[in-house]
Design a protein around this ligand. Structure first.
Ligand code: SAH
Ligand code: SF4
Ligand code: F3S
Length: 467
């Protein structure tokens, strides 16, 4: 059967989609990108905020016409919204055939068999609290970044606003031997960079192996160039972890450490488990490790505004923290009540207009800071890795590259050259037709910037003359 899967949400869903594809392909089903020929479509969904769920509901609505046309036989919802909503989804959408959660991925083939035998609707919310190892992702020869390796799943932190512990269950770390095997085989296939993922990736712990130990082990894989990880929780960010980031040559200098709020009272209601002062101390320690080095480092965060009971004064403390830390970038959200979480029931919910006002102020502040941070790169020479090569008639060959800190640098130096030499002959190009290929690591000089983007030109290696 031909099937299609669309992923919403975070890196865990991207990973899970690859696992679903691995299982379905092994059972003889075939992935297609063409929705018109898909006999089954699965939406791998996110429930983190109302907006994420609205997008999925919108998508389900759009897919009805594919079912009406008759080629599409089965429409399913997997992932976090499936787990959270369960039967409510099939009760409200009559043309939905399958609802399952992240714990039921291993059952996908038998669920599809049952659909094909005429059973519907099927609901499988089992497994999120069982220990199971990750299901190997589908094999592909294509090298694209980011490439994720899951090291743990689930979350025990239970922040009062968050749905994840309910949709993904408690924390489980994977055996480091399996993680290393997976990472090594990727490097052997030609991947130069891997991103270790988990809901609170730095809480990793397996038989005495902690996150910093795991970073050391992955760093030792011959041929690996860059190691990233997401997402860290401040409570589990130890000095060992920061020391490993500074001391291990392949671990990137990129720290995404979501603070969520700058006021201790808000942090307490969120049940984040740290204070503003403890958080700032960790950032200061991380930065101190690089104070004598000219390697760029990056600190980014997530913030929620309008958490129940957040006063104007508490919000000001968040703005103040943002000014103090000067993040390279931040993901900023309005609090979205999630049914079943403690915060949804808290008194003094902040009204939507006020949440929007606070979000706007926060975004403006961060844009100013980001622009200043970007300007500091002007004229500097920085190591990047090419991640995407695109060829268009209008722009010629352009490259998107990434610094070790995760920041994107766009290179456009091939444009004119390629327009003249290649575009009049043929409009079809593969990833290799330009001067650089995906995975090339080179130095670029940063030539211009905006709040969000940096632009650069490769620095030519100086020619060496032998007399
Ligand atoms: N495990 C990660 C975050 C996962 S969710 C951590 O703890 O850092 C990604 C981000 O979504 C969170 O950091 C938070 O800022 C935001 N988020 C989670 N639940 C939310 C909610 N109910 N309303 C608004 N934003 C939320
Ligand atoms: Fe959600 Fe908090 Fe767990 Fe992050 S640490 S996934 S915000 S409960
Ligand atoms: Fe969304 Fe689930 Fe990830 S709620 S953010 S897809 S863990």
């Amino acid at each position: 059967m031909k099937y299609h899967i669309q992923s919403f949400g975070c890196q865990m869903n991207v990973y899970d989609t690859k696992s679903l594809m691995g299982l379905l392909n092994s059972a003889g089903h075939e992935f297609t990108d063409n929705l018109d020929e898909a006999e089954m479509i699965l939406l791998n969904t996110c429930a983190i905020r109302e907006g994420a769920e609205d997008r999925v509901r919108g998508r389900i609505g759009q897919l009805k016409r594919f079912k009406d046309r008759g080629v599409l036989q089965y429409l399913g919802v997997c992932g976090c919204m499936g787990q959270k909503e369960g039967r409510r989804l099939t009760d409200s959408v009559s043309f939905l055939d399958l609802v399952m959660g992240p714990g039921a991925i291993g059952n996908i083939v038998s669920l599809v068999d049952r659909l094909q035998a005429g059973e519907r609707p099927l609901i499988d919310l089992s497994g999120i609290d069982d220990y199971f190892d990750e299901i190997p992702p589908v094999e592909t020869d294509e090298i694209t970044y980011p490439r994720f390796v899951s090291i743990m799943r689930g979350c025990d932190k239970r922040c009062t606003y968050c749905i994840v512990p309910y949709t993904r269950g408690g924390e489980h770390s994977r055996d480091p031997r399996i993680i290393l095997q997976e990472a090594e085989s990727l490097v052997q296939k030609g991947f130069k960079e891997i991103t270790l993922i988990g809901q609170t990736v730095n809480s990793y712990s397996y038989d005495g192996v902690h996150f910093a130990n795991l970073l050391e082990m992955v760093n030792d894989i011959p041929g690996i160039e860059r190691i990233r990880f997401a997402t860290s929780h401040p409570g589990s960010a130890t000095r060992d972890m920061f020391d490993a980031m500074a001391g291990l040559d392949h671990v990137c200098e990129q720290l995404h450490l979501p603070v969520q709020a700058g006021s201790n009272r808000t942090l307490k209601r969120m049940k984040r488990g740290y204070t503003r002062e403890e958080y700032l101390e960790k950032i200061a320690y991380f930065r101190s490790l690089f104070k004598d080095s000219d390697i760029p480092i990056s600190v980014t965060t997530d913030i929620i505004v309008g958490f129940p009971g957040e006063t104007e004064e508490e919000f000001e403390e968040t703005l103040d923290l943002m000014r103090e830390v000067r993040y390279d970038a931040a993901f900023m959200f309005k609090f979205s009540p999630r049914r079943g979480t403690p915060a949804a029931e808290m008194p003094d919910q902040v009204d939507e207009v006020e949440k929007s006002r606070r979000l706007d102020r926060l975004i403006k502040l961060q844009q100013e800071v980001s622009k200043e941070v970007n300007q500091e790169f002007l004229g500097k020479t920085i190591e990047v890795m090419i991640e995407r090569v695109s060829h268009t008639l209008k722009h010629g060959t352009t490259y998107e590259a990434r610094m070790r800190t995760g920041r994107i640098v766009k290179l456009d130096q091939d444009s004119k050259l390629d327009q003249d030499s290649k575009f009049d002959q043929d409009s079809k190009f593969d990833q290799d037709s330009g001067q650089h290929q995906v995975g090339d690591i080179l130095n670029v000089a940063v030539t211009r910037c905006t709040s969000y983007s940096l632009y650069g030109e490769p620095v030519k290696e100086e020619e060496i003359y032998v007399a």
